[in-house]
Design a protein around this ligand. Structure first.
Ligand SMILES: [Zn+2]
Length: 299
């Protein structure tokens, strides 16, 4: 988790004597940190004899530096460059390489392609899937929904039970050309959370003024933009330090993300209720087919 102690530091803290040990890490040990001491020098100082590294640091300015530092110190380093290790740090890799956060799109869809049993009801999936979503929220910097979801479902989007995060958790509402009500639950202050972000077109600043008292407004696009440029909006999120976002809908926002994504650009799509297979591609027809007809109730 961002801002938390790195796994190497935790491991050394839990070991009375690490001299001569072999350490297995998914990601190359770091050489520089803004919070806390860097890991590679700490491993060297602890007398670790051998380090097996799953993947190099995806940040081009740091890639290979941890491995080099350890080798220069006489530590044996084995570089696995394993696809599964790289998958573990995909959020981090994408946020470094792209001018936007890593976006994971979570959809609840029945096998016949419906995304909600009826307007205002979002319990298409069962308890296990909902518990998984709560875990997913914790693993991202922010959770994001469209204005329609706020107007219809009025979700709080909080994480239960409360998790301690070093970086405050964010809630985001994506507005197209009109603000959502200022008394929506998503704006209600929660201890330990940063103010909710409302994304809006830059040309409609005055229209969104009523939200300024309850939300942090982030305007995207040109000065005369009257509809939201989603790509510019995601860029704004990256600018304010958000590196990963869980998008929880609704269907309009999901469809726009897919439309802009050109497939593999959006690296991970989770389709419930198949118990969320990371990497599963959700075909666009699934998010475009929205209906008020009750669909199958999933457990
Ligand atoms: Zn580290």
């Amino acid at each position: 988790m961002r801002g938390a102690p790195h796994a190497e530091a935790e491991a050394l803290q839990n070991t009375s004597d690490a001299r001569g040990a072999t350490l297995y890490v998914s990601l190359e040990p770091c050489v520089e940190r803004t919070l806390g001491p860097p890991c590679a020098p700490a491993l060297r100082a602890a007398g670790i004899a051998r380090v097996v590294v799953g993947a190099l640091d995806p940040n081009p300015t740091n890639a290979g530096r941890g491995v080099a530092l350890l080798r220069e110190a006489g530590v044996e380093v084995e570089l696995a460059e394993d696809a599964r290790a790289r998958a573990l740090v995909e959020d981090f890799s994408v946020s470094i390489a792209a001018e936007r956060p890593y976006v994971r799109l979570k959809l609840a869809a029945s096998l016949d392609g419906y995304v909600a049993p009826q307007p205002g009801s979002h319990w298409l999936t069962g308890d296990a899937a909902r518990a998984y979503v709560r875990e997913l929220r914790v693993a991202h910097d922010a959770v994001m929904v469209g204005a329609g979801t706020v107007r219809v479902d009025d979700p709080q989007l909080i994480v239960r039970p409360p998790y301690t995060r070093r970086t405050p958790y964010r809630r985001i509402v994506v507005c197209e050309d009109a603000p959502v009500p200022a008394d929506s639950k998503i704006f209600a202050p929660v201890a330990g959370y940063a103010p909710t972000l409302a994304l809006a077109p830059r040309g409609l600043r005055e229209r969104f003024e009523p939200l300024a008292a309850v939300a942090e407004l982030l305007f995207a696009g040109d000065d005369d933009a009257r509809t939201l440029d989603l790509v510019a909006a995601l860029r704004e999120l990256k600018r304010v330090g958000i590196t990963s976002v869980l998008c929880e809908g609704g269907p309009t926002l999901a469809a726009r993300l897919l439309e802009h994504g050109h497939g593999s650009e959006w690296p991970c799509m989770n389709a419930h209720p198949w118990d969320a297979l990371p990497g599963e591609w959700v075909p666009p027809w699934m998010v475009q087919r929205v209906t008020s007809t009750p669909a199958a109730h999933w457990v």
